[in-house]
Structure formats: C-alpha cells, structure tokens
Design a protein around this ligand. Sequence first.
Ligand code: TMP
Length: 211
Amino acid sequence: MSTGLFLSLEGIDGAGKSSHIDALEALFRAQGRAVTRTREPGGTPLGETLRTLVLNEPMDTLSESLLVFAARREHVLQVILPALKRGDVVLCDRFTDATFAYQGAGRGFELGVLAMLERWVQADPAHADGLLQPGLTLWFDLPPEIAAERLAGARLPDKFEAQPVEFFRRVAQGYADRAAGASRFARIDADCSREQVWQQIESTLQARGLA
Ligand code: TMP
C-alpha cells in the first residue's frame, strides 16, 4: 500500500478551487512532506497536449472522454503512482470525478462506459478494490449562477467555460451524485469569502487527521 496522500480538488468552473492550491502546498510542506502538484487534463507532456485539444477543439463526447482518460493513464503511470510510492502528497487539480461531472452529467454521456474506462485506467493492485482513487476530494460547491458571474469578464473562455449556465447546473448535479455516499468527498461551501473557504479546508484536514 502506498504511503502518500492523494488529494484532488473538484468543482464547476469558477468555483475557486485553484486559488487554494498554493496554501495547501504550503500547509503540507510545513509538515515536512514532499508535495507533487499537478492537474487534469494534463500533468505530463502528452497530457498537456491532449488538454489543449480537449479544451479547444469541438469533438464527439466519446472522443472527448477517451482523450481525458488517455491523458489520465499517462498521468497515473508517470506521475501519480510514483509520487504516492515515494510518500508525497499529490495535489491534483481535478481527476476522474470531473469526467463523470462534465462528460457524464454535463454532456449526458453514458456513465457505465466512463466507469469501465475508470476501471481500466486507474487499475492498481496496491489500492482498495484494485482501483486508484483520491484519498480525499475537496469538492468546491457553488451555485452555477454565481460561478458564471465570477467567470464573466475573466480571460477568454475555453470550450467548457463558454457553456451556458444549464450545462453547469447538470455538472454541479453530477458532482453531487458522485459525492453522495463516497466518504472521500468533503463538500466545501464555496459561496463565501476566500478566507471562509480556507477555514473550511483547514477544518476538513483537521477532522481527517491531515493537519
Ligand atoms: P481547469 O483546469 O481550469 O479546471 O479546466 C479544465 C477543464 O476541463 C474544466 O472545464 C473541466 C474540463 N474537464 C473535463 O471536461 N473532463 C475531465 O475529465 C477533466 C479532468 C476536466
């Protein structure tokens, strides 16, 4: 069994998850732990190339799902598993929950196919059920209308950020469905100040014996 900690951050676009990664890294480093920071889609040279395609090129949803899982396979093998074996804290900005939320709930793609791809791509004998999953997922939950306001006027939107608010309502529901009954999820109420969001993150880590 690996000794590292795999922590993912999830939420709809505009939920503010990425703005807490620096502080999370600092918190774990202050504990004397090595931290690997990474993101999806991406995290490897091939993964970053696939990210550019997924975020910018119109394509069929099966193609989109296959590309995010192809990027994930390289990411898991080249970055995440080696880091966990070393004992690192892996801070990953999005992982497979995003595929269930965006391609599954958002685009309406078959969840059964995604679950099968997940089994193949994240197969790892060292983990429970032979499946690599984050040990903790910080889920930044924010009403889609507020996320849209936060995104308005920001940088040029990518393919997903340009989607209407109804799409993000489905994505948000997709996260809620995925979180239901999965103890690795911690819901963070992202509809408050940055400081209050950080306080919730700290309390979550303390409650789980991680801070
Ligand atoms: P972000 O890095 O700014 O969060 O952007 C990544 C975008 O890619 C975001 O809109 C969600 C989307 N995405 C998917 O559609 N499927 C996936 O599996 C992942 C990891 C991300």
